[in-house]
Design a protein around this ligand. Sequence first.
Ligand SMILES: [Cu+2]
Length: 349
Amino acid sequence: MNVLESIRCQRAFAFTSLFVLAVFSLPPVAGAQQNWNATVSGQSHDMAKQAVAFLPNEFWIHAGDSITWTFASGDVHTVSFLTTGQVYPFDFTQGCPPVSASGSPFDGSTCVSSAPSVLGQNFQVIFPTPGNYEIVCLVHPDMFGVIHVLNSSAALPYDQDDYDDQAEDQRQALLEDLGPHRGHQHSQHSMPAMLSAKVISHTKAVTAGFGDIVATAGGQQALSVVRFFDGSIQIHAGDTVEWTNHDPALGHTITFGTVPADLFDPSCSPSCTVSTDADGALHATITSTSQNVHSGAIVALLEDEPGAPQGPVFPPTRFRVTFPTAGTYPYVCAFHDNLGMDGTVTVLP
Ligand SMILES: [Cu+2]
């Protein structure tokens, strides 16, 4: 053995010793517990386009690691982990319930959920136990992903830089999704046919949002455009306007006057009602600019779930308002007013 070989041999031995020492001195859960970073949602500068997504929506981490999610849009979302068998709650404001503290551990046995959160807030979850855990947003059922928590000795396929790249790629793919119905140059003619509005005379159509759901291997993400298209329109006294929602992922409201406490159900005051037309559409008549008329949540018809019983055609997908009186009638989406989702109906004599 020459000198060089001797040095190599010593080095190899030294490295081997260190390696053996390292392997056998570590506890079963790796001591070097890592925090990973991810983003919840994204938006265009004008907030019209919302990436309704966990970015990225699939992670491989070690048991004992944590992930910190940073919220990045003006629309509310939650970071939530339900237990197996738990029913996805109707009321997202209460978390599991209740809302969990940031830094809570999730091992599949007890639900963990952030509060509904917006731009600048963050929420951390620690994953002490190997398993595959679905992450959901309690506000948006079409927004979910999966966290693979592996034994601490397992090799991980990606590092933080890779996840940052994936997050940015997914964000851009959603926000720059420019198909035939995308972008700012919306005209009524480019929107999907609004059949009932076309065949009912003296009825004008407004599209209350549209969007797309895309799948990744780990879950689903959505693009939602939170705007009324042709939302500021002129009509004549006696005409009717019909709003429909073309977004599979988000509900919207059409709200004139004061926003009511109950956003999900239709309401009208004072002394008026929201009725139901023969085709299931909700219908109100506004006789004065001081009236408060609220559609409740208007959504695109929901898909059936395998294993779930067939229900009635629900919820309402169309909202009609008849305007007998000339005047200017501003309205908002009560869910997305803060993102700039509003319009005006100008009623000429
Ligand atoms: Cu909305």
